[in-house]
Design a binder for this molecule. Sequence first.
Ligand SMILES: Cc1cc2nc3c(=O)[nH]c(=O)nc-3n(C[C@H](O)[C@H](O)[C@H](O)COP(=O)(O)OP(=O)(O)OC[C@H]3O[C@@H](n4cnc5c(N)ncnc54)[C@H](O)[C@@H]3O)c2cc1C
Length: 281
Amino acid sequence: MKRTTEPLAEYTWLKIGGPAEIAVPESKEELVQLLRECHTENRAYRLLGNGSNLLVSDDRINELIIKNTVACTDRQFDGNVVSAGASVMVPQFINECIQHELGGYEYLYSVPGTIGGAIYMNAGRGAAHDKTISDYLVSVEVFSDGDTTEIPVDDLNFDHRYSSFQEHDDWVILSATFELPSQSQEEGREKAQQRMEKVNERDRSTPNAGSVFKSGARLPLHKIPPGGLSVGNARFIGPNRIGNDGDATFSDVKRLVSLAKLLNKLVPPFQTPEVEWKIWS
Ligand SMILES: Cc1cc2nc3c(=O)[nH]c(=O)nc-3n(C[C@H](O)[C@H](O)[C@H](O)COP(=O)(O)OP(=O)(O)OC[C@H]3O[C@@H](n4cnc5c(N)ncnc54)[C@H](O)[C@@H]3O)c2cc1C
């Protein structure tokens, strides 16, 4: 297993994050073994997927970072029932579902995360669309309390960008089982392509970590022209997206988020939006 000490900025989409010890298990067995050791030794850890929903402090992170992008890559297709390891990338999973004439998740084709990160976040489309990865989820294989267990979807309290995993940072998603509706390959490809055409209209040149705030709220930030609000090298590149224009720091982004929150409070419809990103500090 590869173990290094490196800046987490190397692994986050925002390109921000201080040094940490990073372990990269290469198989599910290696991952479970490492988790058991951490459990026995009472060593704190954090799971890193593809880093696309994280704002990480510039200071050293003391927990062991377990990067789960290669350990759990199994996929199994059995009729409409599919299971996928937590390290599988969401677009790759959707492509394979399309090949097997299964549909339902094409709107997630633009999500640059792992299955593990997507379940933890209950990734989906904006609240108005009411579609999330939990819709076709049956159960999740989890490491918790020193052992592996299968948790049915109804016990995981999924809500808008929320799952029970967010209350249990020692729980680790190993794999997930879904039951997907049948759909022709042609229809699946068309929907995935439509999704990409829509997101390609956004500014993709600047490192960012997707929506800053949970999108349930109608944000007055829409009234601020893109590029019109910045702190240091952190800048709003869209109504709900912050980009790193160069060497933006954790503090730049935090201050910009606080400023945007304040504006939301002061401008009608006077809201207190909740930050969607996970913040490691
Ligand atoms: C360009 C862009 C577009 C995006 N579009 C969308 C969108 O349309 N819809 C949407 O919902 N989100 C979107 N996002 C946000 C992000 O991609 C999703 O939240 C994604 O699911 C995060 O997955 P990840 O692997 O990158 O997780 P990470 O960012 O690495 O981690 C996120 C959280 O999940 C936890 N985690 C990761 N893996 C595991 C695991 N195996 N077990 C337990 N916990 C784990 C981490 O500890 C962390 O708390 C977008 C982001 C970007 C940069």
